[in-house]
Design a protein around this ligand. Structure first.
Ligand code: FMN
Length: 188
């Protein structure tokens, strides 16, 4: 196969999407959309996340050291896209009627209708220029109890339908285009 060299890009490397939930200084919940999320090993499974630039999610995590990561499904895409395109500096951002709950172990807000919620505690903040990478302990995983059934993994995954993204485009679990970043939120 012939190859071309490119500047740093992750196009054609699909990523899973998560809504990070934090509390602001007044104790109000804020959610932002994130894809630079992966896993690490440190005697047990952990998580690693990168945030670029300044945003409310970042300052909330730097202050509280805890946050939730809520899996984005096709059902959640319209609001997830909105939460990724509207800054937490907008005082009306969270006035969209989200179904918000609380973590079981950590003081973090969660999205009740996401089938997987990680409760994360940051152990290491790594600051690089205008980016921040965080290594996290997974203090709890809240999972939809229906995912514990005897159904096959294939059918459970196609039922919850996690959204993937690459090249600033959203894809369904089956691989169909669901819109460019900024498009699904127009349905709100
Ligand atoms: C599809 C998508 C993925 C995103 N992934 C990230 C990410 O991994 N890291 C990041 O710093 N910002 C990411 N963003 C941008 C944040 O979601 C955006 O800055 C948001 O407004 C943050 O919300 P907040 O201001 O309430 O913290 C992403 C945005 C979109 C639309």
């Amino acid at each position: 196969m012939g190859k071309i060299s490119l500047k740093p890009t992750n196009d054609f490397c699909p990523q899973t999407l998560f809504l990070y939930g934090t509390y602001d200084e007044q104790g109000n919940p804020d959610f932002g959309l994130f894809c630079w999320f992966s896993y690490l090993w440190d005697g047990e499974l952990g998580a690693m996340c990168s945030i670029g630039g300044n945003k409310l999610t970042r300052s909330n995590i730097e202050r509280n050291k805890v946050f939730s990561a809520n899996l984005v499904t096709e059902e959640l895409l319209t609001v997830a896209d909105y939460l990724g395109c509207v800054s937490g500096d907008n005082p009306d951002k969270m006035k969209i009627g989200l179904d918000i709950g609380k973590g079981e172990v950590l003081n973090v807000p969660i999205i009740n209708n996401s089938p997987v919620n990680f409760e994360l505690e940051v152990t290491d903040f790594i600051e690089k220029h205008d980016g921040l990478t965080m290594l996290c302990k997974i203090r709890n995983v809240l999972q939809d109890e229906a995912l514990a059934s005897d159904e096959s993994v294939e059918s459970k995954l196609s039922r919850i339908a996690p959204v993937k993204t690459t090249a600033m485009t959203y894809f369904s679990h089956e691989g169909k285009v669901l819109g460019k970043w900024g498009e699904p939120m127009k349905k709100l």
